[in-house]
Design a binder for this molecule. Structure first.
Ligand code: FES
Length: 102
């Protein structure tokens, strides 16, 4: 089993029945998940970074939302460029992206 250095959870508003309905999904969270995947792959970080889509975190008005562990940093209002910055500055650079934190 791989023990990732970082684990990124992205809310895609996934419901227990598998449907993706909700604020983050409506705001493009599935595309955001793809942007995170692309950034991780392009930077060859997949061995150390796990990416998981989740259900609602209960803070929909801050969405699209992602959380990065082990630091437990919550980010909101994300788009593709935010995904790039989080991977570049937080995952690679080691410093949370302060202006995206919630
Ligand atoms: S749907 Fe994403 S936080 Fe609620």
């Amino acid at each position: 089993m791989i023990t990732p250095k970082h684990h990124i959870f992205v809310c895609t508003s996934c419901r227990p029945d598998g449907t993706q309905k909700g604020f983050c999904a409506a705001q493009g969270a599935r595309g955001l998940l793809g942007a995170f995947m692309d950034e991780i792959d392009d930077r060859e970080l997949s061995g150390g970074v796990m990416l998981t889509n989740t259900g609602c975190f209960g803070i929909c008005d801050k969405g699209p939302v992602a959380v990065v562990y082990p630091e437990g940093v919550w980010y909101g209002g994300l788009d593709d460029d935010a995904a790039r910055r989080i991977v570049e500055e937080h995952i690679e650079g080691g410093a949370p992206v302060e202006d995206l934190r919630i």
